[in-house]
Write a protein that binds this ligand. Structure first.
Ligand code: SF4
Length: 254
C-alpha cells in the first residue's frame, strides 16, 4: 500500500493538541484520505467538514459521507449559490479564476475552522485536503505541507493554520485500492464518472458532463439557460466559446 505524506511536524502537532480538519467532498480522494488519517491521527482530534454546494452537487453525496465516516459531519454553506454567483458576475469561473472554490468551499471551510478552533480553545489547525499530484501539473507543483500565513494570527489570539495534502503521492488506482481495502465503496456516480465534483464542473470532461446531464436533466437545463442568458459559456473550443449543448452533444428538451 502507498504511504501517506507524513511530515515530521505532525507528531509534535498531535501532542500539542492540533485539530485535523478533514475537508470531505464525498469524492474518492476525500474518502481515501479519511481512511488513512484515521489510522494515524487520534480520533478526538479529527473533525470532518463538508462544504455544501446545494443543488449543484450530486444528490446523496452527504449521505455517502455520513455512511463512511465515524465522525460527525459538519456542513458549511456559503451565503450565495453557485448559479447565483455566476449570474451576478455574468461569467462562469475558470481554471485560472476559481471563484467557485474560493467563495463556496474554501471561504466557508476556513470560517468554520476559525470558529471551531476558538470554541475548543485550541491554537493549531491542520486543514487536510485530498489533492493529489497526479491530478494536474498545477497540483503537482503544490507543497504537500505548508504554513497558511493568511489564515494564521499571532497577536492577542494565536492561531496557526497549516495545509496538509496527506495523499499527495497516491495514484488514482491507489485511491480506489485504499477505499476497497477499508471495506468501503466509492460514491455510485464513479461507475460512470472519472471525477466527482459539482455535477457540472467548469473543468469537467465531456464524459462526466454527459453523465450529469442524463442524471440531472432539470439542473442541466438551468446551466444551459444560464449560459444563454449571460452570453458567456462554461467551455471554449480552441479560443472560441462553445455552448454546453454543443460541447457535450445533448440538447435540452422543453
Ligand atoms: S467542482 Fe468545479 S465547478 Fe464545482 S466548485 Fe469545484 S471547480 Fe468549481
Amino acid at each position: 500500500m502507498p504511504l501517506i505524506h507524513f511530515p515530521d511536524e505532525i507528531t509534535d502537532f498531535i501532542q500539542q493538541g492540533a485539530i485535523f480538519y478533514i475537508s470531505h467532498s464525498g469524492g474518492k480522494d476525500s474518502q481515501a484520505m479519511y481512511v488513512e488519517l484515521k489510522k494515524v491521527i487520534p480520533s478526538k482530534q479529527i473533525v470532518v467538514v463538508h462544504a455544501d454546494l446545494g443543488e449543484v452537487e450530486w444528490e446523496g453525496v452527504q449521505e455517502h459521507i455520513r455512511a463512511n465516516t465515524q465522525h460527525q459531519m459538519n456542513v458549511v454553506q456559503a451565503s450565495k449559490t453557485f448559479l447565483g454567483m455566476v449570474e451576478k458576475r455574468g461569467k462562469w469561473p475558470s481554471a485560472a479564476y476559481r471563484q467557485c472554490t474560493s467563495d463556496l468551499k474554501r471561504g466557508p471551510i476556513f470560517k468554520f475552522i476559525r470558529n471551531d478552533l476558538k470554541e475548543r480553545r485550541a491554537t493549531i489547525a491542520i486543514n487536510c485536503m485530498g489533492l493529489r499530484a497526479q491530478e494536474s501539473s498545477a497540483r503537482a507543483k503544490k507543497e504537500p505541507f505548508s504554513y497558511n500565513k493568511q489564515e494564521s494570527v499571532n497577536k492577542r489570539v494565536t492561531r496557526h493554520v497549516y495545509n496538509w495534502l496527506p495523499i499527495f503521492n497516491f495514484t488514482t488506482d491507489e485511491v480506489f485500492q485504499t477505499i476497497r481495502e477499508a471495506g468501503e465503496k466509492p460514491f455510485w456516480a464513479y461507475e460512470r464518472n472519472e471525477r466527482l465534483s459539482c455535477v457540472f464542473c467548469i473543468m469537467g470532461c465531456v464524459n462526466d458532463l454527459r453523465h450529469g446531464a442524463e442524471q440531472r436533466p432539470d439542473l442541466y437545463k438551468k446551466y444551459v439557460e444560464l449560459e444563454k442568458k449571460i452570453g458567456h459559456t462554461m467551455f471554449t473550443k480552441g479560443k472560441e466559446p462553445i455552448y454546453l449543448e454543443e460541447h457535450i452533444g445533448i440538447k435540452v428538451t422543453a
